[in-house]
Design a protein around this ligand. Structure first.
Ligand code: HEC
Length: 248
């Protein structure tokens, strides 16, 4: 009886432990690994610079304050004001975009989303693929399409860095929509493909960081909490043995 109960409990526990694996495996399309590292402060500083220069004109990050970024990434007040703050002059402000949502909808067909939590809702691998995945498509209003987000309204704002890519299609099959095999760089940008990948990785790293600024601290603390619980479990077990010694 008791063993039956124990067995079913174990099965439930095992299923619960497997759940995240099943869920993440079923998340549709897979993208190459972004390989960013939120512990790499130099990369985050470069990512912040990229974001403020190339993204904040259209995208806000309304849950993030400039001075929080400066403190976490070791950026001085003078540097912050001179190099990162374009849409605001108070370090305690949140990162807002000068672009109005209505104007954006009229110009691009869709409003640029706030990017504070985008790394958590889409995943870093997706962002890495999205920012590297623009290709020439004359049928689109911006002249560009994207392999990660088909028919996107976002213009390829980094084309001067990346250059222009052309889609190479797999051999056509009857009744099947053309499938893109790979993207080929047809016009060079100011960065080499490797430098561009690094540029995007730093930018994605910054988006990952703003998605949860305390994530590094949380993980570090988590290790100590788990160790504490393990040690505490040992003491609790010893105490239990002491209490039950005379009963058995
Ligand atoms: C010229 C304005 C503009 C700039 C600059 C810009 N974007 Fe966008 N972005 C847009 C628009 C418009 C959309 C909405 C696209 C859509 O819904 O198809 C968008 C959408 C996105 C999305 C959401 C994609 C999705 O899956 O929904 C991400 C991520 C993104 N942009 C990242 C960036 C990053 C990072 C930068 C800076 C390197 C940047 N954008 C610069 C206009 C811009």
């Amino acid at each position: 009886m008791l063993t039956d109960k124990l067995r079913s409990l174990m099965v439930v526990g095992l299923l619960a432990a497997l759940l995240p694996v099943v869920v993440s495996a079923s998340e549709g399309e897979s993208f190459p690994h972004a390989g960013n590292d939120v512990r790499n402060t130099a990369s985050l500083q470069r990512g912040a610079r990229n974001f403020m220069n190339y993204c904040s004109g259209c995208h806000s990050a309304q849950y993030v304050r400039y001075n929080r970024v400066a403190t976490d990434l070791g950026i001085s007040d003078a540097d912050l004001k001179a190099n990162l703050m374009f849409t605001s002059d108070k370090p305690a402000d949140t990162i807002r975009s000068a672009l109005k949502a209505d104007d954006a909808r009229a110009w691009f067909g869709n409003a640029p989303p706030d990017l504070s939590l985008i790394a958590r809702s889409r995943g870093t691998d997706y962002l890495y693929a999205f920012l590297r995945g623009f290709y020439l498509d004359p049928s689109r209003p911006t002249g560009m399409n994207n392999v990660a987000l088909k028919g996107t309204a976002m213009p390829h704002v980094l084309f001067d860095l990346q250059g222009l890519q052309q889609a190479v299609y797999a051999p056509a099959k009857a009744g099947v929509a053309p499938v893109i095999e790979k993207l080929e760089l047809t016009t060079k940008g100011s960065l080499t493909p490797e430098q561009y990948d690094d540029f995007v990785r730093d930018t994605v790293n910054f988006l990952d960081y703003i998605g949860e600024p305390v994530q590094v601290k949380r993980r570090d603390l988590g290790v100590w909490v788990t160790l504490f619980l393990l040690v505490f479990a040992g003491f609790a077990y010893m105490l239990k043995r002491e209490y039950f010694r005379d009963i058995h």
